[in-house]
Design a protein around this ligand. Structure first.
Ligand SMILES: Nc1ncnc2c1ncn2[C@@H]1O[C@H](COP(=O)(O)OP(=O)(O)OP(=O)(O)O)[C@@H](O)[C@H]1O
Ligand SMILES: [Mg+2]
Length: 400
């Protein structure tokens, strides 16, 4: 069962009927008011001033319980004083990030990994999930971000919501009863590359078509939707459908080879797909290393823009008119501390560029710079990231 967290604003419209009657036609007010009790009147007054308040806020104001407020509101809906739909929407433009949010345990090996024995490591814990990482990058680049994800009813989920709320809005994220928040364990070699990873992500299976449809009102809060392939295939298909119907720009970012099974077959109407070589190989069931040709294949699937990255080899990117190669910004080996999150930093920066009116070419170059900064940081998301920092590096690397 899905429980919407009560940080959610109450997105209800109060229909003018009541107030029209109250102020324009006193005679009718008597009739209409006959059906309203004291508390119902008070709820309407509060909602008239701020339709976004939470049920808990109203409960505190009226000194009654939250479930009692829920009853009052559903009564008022039945009587037609509050319209459930269409919802009154926030005016702000969110970048809505839809997909995985989890806890990452990272173990950095002191020496080469030896199987069937205990390996000394330096461990750290941070929040992860491709879309959550992208959301954090976008928030650090000063965008207004809404995270639409799922956490379990555990303390990790609580902390994830509480901590991420400082940088982004989490009202579209659900807390799921009897589920655990997704967890990811990775073992990193001394060279900064991952030796092995383990994912406990069963919660992601609930991010399906129904979930997407139930969250339409949150998806409507901006013109960009950024999704990762942690969402089920029918969930991503629903997003593609929604984006086409509502004229939204949809970016789909790959998570891993195995999760490419969730990528829709038809990508017509998708604004951009960003994935790596391994993910492209999985999707097209091919062992080829021809990144440029993968770009062509992705474009045939219908996406408007494509970027395929390949670690140190850089990336190819393109649209229906061109496909180009972009080299990396070299980082000396001794400065590379953890390559985890390079792809997410890259994707976030490309999306930041595109959604802020930069050219595709510049957006990709900024992505290269941002990812080079992330691999020099112990965190999956560089805590010092800012648009000024990235622009400064861009100026310092004119030949990129
Ligand atoms: N060692 C490196 N040095 C410099 N830049 C790098 C390095 N590794 C990755 N990058 C940059 O990050 C971009 C994305 O990297 P990559 O192709 O490894 O993504 P990914 O496989 O999705 O990574 P992630 O593990 O974060 O998901 C590259 O196109 C490149 O610009
Ligand atoms: Mg990646």
């Amino acid at each position: 069962m899905v429980v919407h967290n009560f940080f959610n604003p109450l997105l209800f419209v109060i229909y003018s009927l009541y107030y029209k009657h109250k102020f324009v036609n006193k005679q009718k007010l008597v009739v209409i008011n006959m059906g309203l009790n004291d508390n119902e009147e008070k709820v309407l007054k509060i909602l008239e001033q701020d339709p976004y308040v939470s049920q808990q806020f109203i409960a505190d104001k009226l000194s009654i319980s939250r479930p009692a407020v829920a009853n009052l509101i559903s009564g008022l809906q039945e009587k037609g004083f509050i319209l459930g739909k269409p919802y009154l929407l926030r005016k702000e433009e969110y970048l809505t990030c839809v997909g995985g949010a989890n806890l990452d345990y990272t173990f950095i090996l002191n020496d080469e990994m030896i199987l069937e024995t205990s390996n000394p490591v330096k461990s750290s814990v941070s929040y992860g999930g491709v879309v959550r990482n992208i959301a954090e990058n976008l928030a650090r680049l000063n965008n207004k971000v809404s995270l639409m994800s799922m956490v379990g009813d555990d303390s990790v989920g609580e902390s994830l919501l509480k901590d991420n709320k400082k940088l982004m809005d989490v009202f579209a994220t659900d807390k799921v009863l009897n589920e655990r928040t997704g967890t990811y364990y990775s073992v990193i070699g001394k060279d900064g590359n991952m030796n092995v990873g383990f994912a406990d992500m069963s919660i992601n299976l609930r991010m399906n078509r129904t979930w997407v449809l139930e969250h339409k009102r949150y998806l409507n809060l901006g013109s960009w939707i950024i999704a990762d392939t942690n969402i089920t295939k029918d969930g991503l298909e629903a997003l593609v459908e929604f984006a086409k119907l509502e004229n939204k720009k949809l970016a789909i970012v790959g998570v891993s080879g195995p999760k490419m099974k969730n990528m829709p077959d038809d990508l017509k109407g998708v604004e951009i797909v960003i994935c790596n070589l391994d993910e492209s190989q999985s999707y097209f069931m091919s062992k080829s290393n021809d990144i440029e040709n993968f770009c062509r294949l992705w474009l045939v699937k219908g996406t408007n823009k494509i970027v395929v990255t390949s670690g140190k080899s850089g990336c190819f990117y393109g649209n229906q008119n061109f496909i180009k190669h972009q080299k990396i910004l070299e980082v000396p080996d001794d400065l590379v501390v953890d390559v985890t999150g390079a792809g997410d930093a890259f994707s976030a920066m490309v999306i930041h560029g595109l959604s802020n009116g930069e050219t595709f070419e510049k957006s990709v170059k900024l992505g290269v710079i941002s990812s080079s900064l992330t691999i020099q940081s112990h965190y999956s998301v560089n805590q010092n990231l800012s648009i000024n920092l990235v622009e400064k590096e861009f100026k310092n690397n004119e030949n990129l």
